[in-house]
Structure formats: C-alpha cells, structure tokens
Design a binder for this molecule. Sequence first.
Ligand SMILES: CC(C)(COP(=O)(O)OP(=O)(O)OC[C@H]1O[C@@H](n2cnc3c(N)ncnc32)[C@H](O)[C@@H]1O)[C@@H](O)C(=O)NCCC(=O)NCCS
Ligand SMILES: Nc1ncnc2c1ncn2[C@@H]1O[C@H](COP(=O)(O)OP(=O)(O)OP(=O)(O)O)[C@@H](O)[C@H]1O
Length: 224
Amino acid sequence: MIVLGLTGSIGMGKSTVAALFTGFGVPVFDADAEVHRLQGPGGALVAAIEAAFPGTTGPGGVDRGLLGRRVLHDDAALARLEALVHPAVAAARAVFLHRYRRRRLVVLDIPLLFEKGGWRGVDAVLVVSAPHHVQRRRVLRRPGMTTERFDAILSRQTPDREKRRRADFIVDTSGSLNATRRQVRRLVACLRTRGVRYCRECVRSSSTLKPPASTFPRAIASSR
Ligand SMILES: CC(C)(COP(=O)(O)OP(=O)(O)OC[C@H]1O[C@@H](n2cnc3c(N)ncnc32)[C@H](O)[C@@H]1O)[C@@H](O)C(=O)NCCC(=O)NCCS
Ligand SMILES: Nc1ncnc2c1ncn2[C@@H]1O[C@H](COP(=O)(O)OP(=O)(O)OP(=O)(O)O)[C@@H](O)[C@H]1O
C-alpha cells in the first residue's frame, strides 16, 4: 500500500484536489473533518475539551471560534488541546488505514502535515500549490476574510516554498480545474501502476506534473 500525504497552505486547492482523488476511487482520510467530527455535537472529545477549557462547548459541541481565540495565541494552551486531539485523530487514521489495507493507494489529507510531523508516517508527500497572488486572491474572496487574518494564518504555516522543497510531488492549481484534474489523474495512474520511486522520476521528466521552472523549484525527493 502507498500512503500519500496531501497538504498545502491555505487556499491552495487542497480540498479540491482531495475531492479529485476521491473521484478517481482513491480512499481519502480527511484529518480536518475528523477533528470537526470529534469536536461536533456528541463528539468523543467534547467532554474532555470542556474540562480543559471550561465554557468552550455547548449543545452544538465545541465552539471552535471561542476555543481558537483561547489557544491559537497561547502555545501552552494549544499544546494541551493538541494532546487531546492528536491521539484521537491518530486512532481514527489507524482505523482508516486498516479498513483500506488492501488498496494500492490511499491519501491522508493533513493540513498541518509538515508543521506537526505527519510527514513521518507517509510514503510520499504531495503538496498542492499555486503562486502567491493566486492564493491571496482566492482566500480574500472568502466571506469574513481580511488581509490581516490571511497574513496571521500564513505566518503560522510552513511557507509554501519550504513545502514545495520538501514535496515528492507538486500539483499546480493555478490553471483550470481540468488542468488540475489531469495532473491528479496522471499521478494516480503512475502511483497505482509503478510506485513512488518511479513516479518521482516520471514527474521530473513529465510536462504536465513538472511545475513551471520560473515559479516553482522542481519537485524533488524529500529528505526522508
Ligand atoms: C483551535 C481550533 C479550535 C480553531 O478552529 P477554527 O475553526 O476557528 O480555525 P481553523 O481550524 O480553520 O484554524 C485556523 C488557523 O489555525 C491553524 N491551526 C489550527 N490548529 C493548529 C495547531 N494545532 N497548530 C498550529 N496552527 C493551527 C490552522 O492552520 C489555521 O491556519 C482548531 O483548529 C483545533 O481544534 N485545532 C487543534 C487540532 C489540530 O491540530 N488541528 C489541525 C490538524 S488536523
Ligand atoms: N485549478 C484549480 N484547482 C483547485 N482549486 C481551484 C482551481 N481553480 C480555482 N480553484 C478554486 O480555489 C479555491 C481553493 O479552495 P480549496 O478549498 O480547495 O483550498 P484549500 O487549500 O483546501 O483551502 P483551505 O486550506 O483554506 O481549506 C476554490 O474556490 C477552488 O474552486
């Protein structure tokens, strides 16, 4: 089984690419959706989060806006929250991997793959990327988003350039959705039939998956 880690900075098109993998019949584990489920109404983590951060939960589960304001600027508080959340996500991921153990290829969609060390548990990393101005335009279109909020979020994420440097594969989402779909289709076909090592070579010589040299460094083998 090939476990492909999927990540990318805010607005780069990660959710769109994850949906394309699903469309090609590849099982996708969505870490963020799992956190929402665990924190949602009746979620397994609600009681523990209420105990650790009193007043942040209610009938609708965790009030993420409120909890975020308590923890996102307080490293010690964030570490306490992560100590609750991450083991629960790891357990759900283990169930997913067991369920699909006979599949040739599965995807773990993990927004903070580099930031939280998740790259250690995958066979290869796919980074979804686009030039900064495209990312900025997409994110600023979202309701309630401001340049300040966008900059604050970016400053907490591993820079896109660093992510691309460490990627095994890069999908460039700056073109049309069809162009993105073609890249994903090609990667899925290659990984299913040939495996990670061959596909890295394939990426280097392919015209569709190779990022434009002017804006992207070549997709290189990660240092793992
Ligand atoms: C703190 C929470 C409640 C805030 O939720 P909210 O919906 O308001 O914001 P969202 O999840 O979109 O995150 C906002 C920004 O904070 C960043 N962020 C979230 N969790 C973390 C973290 N553990 N470390 C660093 N940055 C983080 C995100 O990358 C994003 O840029 C939520 O993010 C959470 O429960 N985080 C802890 C679990 C976790 O590590 N999740 C991310 C990996 S699956
Ligand atoms: N070629 C493309 N590939 C992917 N997304 C595209 C493309 N062209 C436009 N988009 C748009 O860019 C936006 C990217 O959003 P998406 O939710 O996929 O990003 P994300 O990386 O998951 O963001 P976040 O990390 O904030 O959740 C969407 O509105 C999508 O329709």
